[in-house]
Design a protein. Sequence first.
Lengths: 112, 115
Amino acid sequence: SQQGEEDPQALSIQEGENATMNCSYKTSINNLQWYRQNSGRGLVHLILIRSNEREKHSGRLRVTLDTSKKSSSLLITASRAADTASYFCATDGIQGAQKLVFGQGTRLTINP
Amino acid sequence: EPEVTQTPSHQVTQMGQEVILRCVPISNHLYFYWYRQILGQKVEFLVSFYNNEISEKSEIFDDQFSVERPDGSNFTLKIRSTKLEDSAMYFCASSPNRQGTYEQYFGPGTRLTVT
């Protein structure tokens, strides 16, 4: 079964720096989505990239997708303290599968 | 902006008791889901629901679990006889469209503690 696996598991950077998180998966996908989760809270949808797209931007977020390597990256530019959270990638399969398969997440800490 | 809501935010129950977790999906969405996240672990898919029936379920979703859409707005997850290992955050999600791309919007979660 497909799995999203993020790396690094934890990332700590200074405010203002860029943060890059990676995600790998095992089987063919339809879409890949990134979510943010503040400690003990719900999942906030950040961005969706389709399997036929290579890059997508939303504000300070930039997502890339390389289907040949089965990997995606999430870049947060000019990080802020409020970006401190866990970030998860989630994939859904081809054949119109509805369920999302989540990775373990990257815990991002932005130090002021 | 419309959002998925869930109640209660925290539920404490004794082992063997029945619990019902409630969700109000976004109003024009057609697909509904339950996921759970055991503390420190991945978010795991439980079940998806469309057109008043289950469309997919995971191995976790055994006979102790059931879902229902009792009216036009609520979507519930029932656990018939809770076990200690059911302690987790339970997230409801909804999405508008199955064809092509779709985004799933998650509620804030219900933290279930089984003692």
